[in-house]
Write a protein that binds this ligand. Structure first.
Ligand code: CUA
Length: 352
């Protein structure tokens, strides 16, 4: 539509009251942003946060947290001192003559060379101390973790157990964790328990995990590995020793699937829909290795690598359209009619 050039151009926004409204409108989103940022920061202060470097649940993460606070304190003090000196340097003065500082060259040498060298050496010492504290202690259990785009394969080679996206460890007993990648580089990071360690396609890296108290701690892939990197999560469940031993014993058995008509049909649907080409279920003919092992799927807390709580609704949503929840993952859409779908979900929910 052509512009009406006969009308005088009146820019209302130039009127004082309109300018005021514009300024208020501009201020509103920025205060909203500030409030959101503050809310996010305060959310991180929650006492029992399951994924926080500042809420250590192991000796290793306590050292890392301590190092973080030392660096934060020293850097804040240095920053404040520099700003203070800057304010003094640029303050308006009656005497504008230039020349040597009354403090002389000694000030430059002390504050510009000696003090920074002293601070950096101190930080080097505390960093090396933390490095020593992160040395792997003697371990009794070995866990092998393989990173895939975008989920975690978890194996207990000494116990013959394969699972996915959940690591169970005994409280108070460090475990050795061997890390590999099946495709690209990933990085295992469980902030409450340990620092980061990369998973490489051509080399085995080794780290260790320990927890001083029972709990569920969230981990996250910490190396960009593709579009769903942010949704490559996992949980570490720290169990008291007896409960851990029981967990191992339970996982060494195939799932006890109830023999109802619905579950029997669900098992048939699982194989008819070719799910077994990618997934394994111990005690059945399903031996696929491209996707996560489903042997004790129903006893896991999450699905989709920490994406959603494991319940009937989320499991149904995931299977009916995996690409909607995690676009780019390898699981395809499979058409299953509603009665068969109901049976399939019943079968998967019986894998305890
Ligand atoms: Cu795997 Cu990022």
């Amino acid at each position: 539509m052509a512009m009406d050039r006969s009308r005088p151009c009146t820019d209302d926004s130039q009127q004082p009251e309109h300018r005021l409204i514009s300024i208020r409108q501009a201020a509103w989103p920025s205060s909203l942003t500030a409030a959101s940022v503050l809310a996010l920061l305060l959310a991180g202060c929650h006492r029992d946060h399951p994924q926080s470097v500042l809420h250590p649940a192991s000796a290793a993460s306590a050292h890392i947290a301590w190092l973080w606070w030392v660096l934060f304190g020293v850097c804040t003090a240095v920053f404040a001192a520099v700003i203070l000196l800057l304010a003094i340097a640029i303050r308006p003065r009656a005497d504008q003559t230039t020349g040597d500082s009354p403090l002389g060259h000694k000030f430059i040498v002390v504050c510009g060379i000696v003090l920074p060298a002293f601070i950096l050496f101190g930080l080097l010492v505390v960093t090396l101390q933390a490095q020593v504290a992160l040395e792997m202690p003697p371990t009794e259990v070995t866990i092998r973790v393989t990173g895939h785009m975008w989920w975690w394969e978890v194996e207990y080679p000494e116990h013959g157990i394969i699972t996915a996206n959940e690591i169970h460890i005994p409280v108070g007993q460090p475990v050795r964790v061997e890390l590999m990648a099946a495709d690209v580089i990933h990085s295992l990071w469980v902030p409450n328990l340990q620092g980061k360690m990369d998973l490489l396609p051509d080399k085995t890296n080794v780290t260790w995990l320990a927890a001083e108290r029972p709990g569920v701690f969230r981990g996250q892939c910490a190396e960009y590995c593709g579009v769903q990197h942010a949704l490559m999560g996992l949980i570490v469940v720290a169990l008291p020793r007896e409960a851990f031993a029981q967990w191992i014993a339970d996982r060494q058995q195939p799932p006890e699937v109830a023999e109802t008509e619905l579950i029997r049909r669900g098992r048939e649907v699982f194989f008819e829909s070719t799910c077994h080409n990618c997934h394994s279920i111990a005690g059945s003919e399903a031996v696929g290795i491209r996707g996560p092992d489903l042997t004790h799927l129903a006893s896991r807390q999450t699905i989709g690598a920490g994406l959603l709580p494991n319940n009937r609704g989320n499991l149904s949503g995931w299977i009916s359209n995996p690409q909607a929840l995690k676009p780019g993952n390898l699981m395809p859409y499979t058409h299953i009619d509603s009665e068969d779908f109901h049976a399939l979900i019943a079968y998967l929910e019986s894998l305890k």
